[in-house]
Structure formats: C-alpha cells, structure tokens
Design a protein. Structure first.
Length: 346
C-alpha cells in the first residue's frame, strides 16, 4: 500500500464503483479534502477492515471506540497515512434489528440499495416471517426483493411466487437456482455497478451459495455453504459475520448470518407500507381511532366481508403492530430531559 492515501476528487470513478454517491460527497468539509475515504467491508470484535481506491485497508480505531457502532457498508474518513479513524459519514439507509436483552439495536448493514429476502420453496416459506423482513426493509429505506430458491424441489413453485407477491404492493419476486450462473442474470437489475445489495433469510435457504454465484468463479474467497435437515428444512449457520463482497460485473453484496427470528421494533412506517391496503382503507372508517375489530362502519371489516381483504392478513397486521409497540423504546420524562425505556421488560 502507498505511504499515504488521499482523495481530492469526491467523484473519483474508483469511489463511485465502491458505491459512493453525491449523498456522501455533500457531507465532506473543505478541511477534509486530504482524508482517506474508506468503505467498511467487515466489522470484527476489535477491528474494522475497509476498501479504499487503493484496495483493502485496516482502519485504526480510537482507544475507546466500539466496533458495534459501525456497520458493513458504512463510509468513514481516516487519516491518509495511519488510517486512524476520523469520523463516520451519515448513512443513507440502515438495516438494524433489536435483540432481546440488548438495549441498543444490532446494526446489520448500511447504505444498502436493495435487500434480497431469500427463502426456499419448502417448509422454510413463512409469510409472517417474510412480512417481518419486509417491514425491516421498508423502515430502512431499502428496496425489498423476495428471492425464491429450491424451486426444483417444489411440486408447483408458482404457488410460492404468487403468495410472496401478494405480501406487499409492487413487490418484486424472483425465482432462482442459487447454484446456477443464470441467477446472476435474474438478479442483474439490482446488481448494477456502484449498487449495494444485502441478503437476509434463514439458514439453509442458499444465501451463501447465492453470494458465491453472484461473486463469480474468480473470487479470492468463498462463503462456506451447508445443507439442511429434510424434516423441517432448517439449516445450520454457515455465515457467522457480515462482510462486503464484489459482484462479478459490478455492484456489491453483503451477506448476513441466518436469522429465523426477527423482533420488530421502531418500524411503524415500514409496517404501514407493508400493509398499504389496510392503511389506505383506515381513513374511510366511521371512527378515526377505529381498531378494525368491532366498530360499526369499519371499512377494513367491510373489505374482509366482501372478500377483498383476507382476515389472516388483518390478524398479522394487528400482531406486528402490537409487537412493534411493545418493542419500541418509549420517551418518558419532562420536555428537555426525556429518557428512553423499553415498554416490554425482558
């Protein structure tokens, strides 16, 4: 690596290839023109690795810095010679989830354009869990895409395709063979140069295999892959850390460890987008505070009676709203001196 790294042109094509956009360039101050611009590629317990226009680098953290405050995909500024961290730039999007027993949410990935929600055409396919992933994606500001794998094992893969597409308006659903190079063609619209996608889903659905396929045969290192238990279609975790990988032909992909459970919190807007058909009907209810349960003149209940809205869809909406309300920290105390506390006690 050269003795010093600096970027004086914030629209350098090499930066653009890493996912750099005007959103980040506008945050640079005149005094920061000589600092190195680095994108975080992996987050470890005590260190960060990144990518600069010169290639892979190790970012030196301040003594009391916490790597948990950083996410794969973050953009940071560092001193050109020592690569000591200067500051992190504001994120355009952020995928995060709240874990029971932890006060702060776990950061999954930052500055992601598209979230591939991967599930397989078998017992792993679970509409309620997919809705949680969709709420997470909507809240983060990323574009969700459902990716169906193992269609060759299903008697009728179109059933899964139709059920997935009905989960959210305008939702893209793509069926792929994770091991086939054709997968890259099917997902190419979201994997253009300079774009970043993240991948989420249960263990055993083929996420790591799909990452390897998208990365291409010339990749230096490959994600470990594993099988599933046939009796319940559950797999073992083969990805244990988040990392940024180049996609053959352009773009970047972030793989995440498999997660079968996802606690919804801080996702009210994401839930509204997910259940847009209910959100749109609510203003037509007779009462402004209608719960859509028993009130007269409820437009939502009328839609259920007419057969245009499935009753189970409303039940899942109500469950997610309640879970989000219980898991989202509440602001309490007098104005100017508020504290944050969880409504739900773990």
């Amino acid at each position: 690596m050269p003795p010093g790294i600096s970027v004086t042109d914030p629209v350098d094509p090499s930066l653009t290839a890493l996912g750099w956009t005007a959103f980040f360039a506008e945050q640079l101050l005149p005094a920061e023109s000589d600092l190195a611009i680095v994108r975080i590629a992996s987050v470890h317990r005590a260190r960060l690795t990144g990518l600069s226009i010169e290639g892979p680098v190790d970012v030196e953290l301040p003594v009391h810095a916490n790597t948990g405050d950083f996410a794969v995909g973050d953009w940071v500024l560092a001193e050109p010679r020592s690569l000591a961290l200067n500051r992190r730039l504001d994120r355009r999007t952020l995928l995060q989830r709240r874990i029971e027993g932890r006060k702060a949410p776990q950061l999954a990935a930052a500055n992601v354009d598209t979230l591939f929600i991967v599930t397989s055409c078998n017992l792993d396919f679970n509409p309620a869990r997919l809705e949680r992933y969709l709420a997470l994606s909507n809240q983060a500001g990323t574009e969700p895409v459902i990716v169906l794998t193992k269609a060759d094992t299903a008697e009728d893969a179109s059933t899964y395709q139709d059920e997935a597409a009905a989960l959210q308006r305008g939702l893209a659903v793509v069926t792929v063979n994770a091991r086939s190079p054709d997968s890259a063609l099917a997902l190419a619209p979201w994997c253009r140069p300079g774009r970043t996608v993240a991948m989420i889903g249960s263990s055993g659905v083929g996420k790591s295999t799909l990452v390897n396929t998208l990365a291409g045969p010339n990749r230096d290192t490959s994600q470990e892959t594993g099988g599933i238990r046939e009796r319940d279609a559950k797999g073992r975790h083969t990805t244990t850390a988040r990392s940024l990988h180049a996609i053959a032909g352009g773009g970047w992909i972030i793989d995440t460890p498999g997660m079968r459970t996802l606690n919804v919190s801080d996702a009210a807007e994401g839930i509204d987008t997910l259940f847009a058909e209910i959100t749109d009907l609510a203003p037509s209810c007779r009462f402004r505070d209608c719960t859509h349960a028993h009130e007269p003149g409820c437009a939502v209940q009328a839609a259920i009676a007419a057969g245009t809205l499935p009753a189970e869809r409303l039940a899942r909406w109500r469950k997610l709203l309640e879970e989000n309300r219980n898991n989202t920290p509440a602001q309490t105390g007098p104005r100017g001196n508020k504290t944050t506390s969880n409504r739900k006690k773990y």
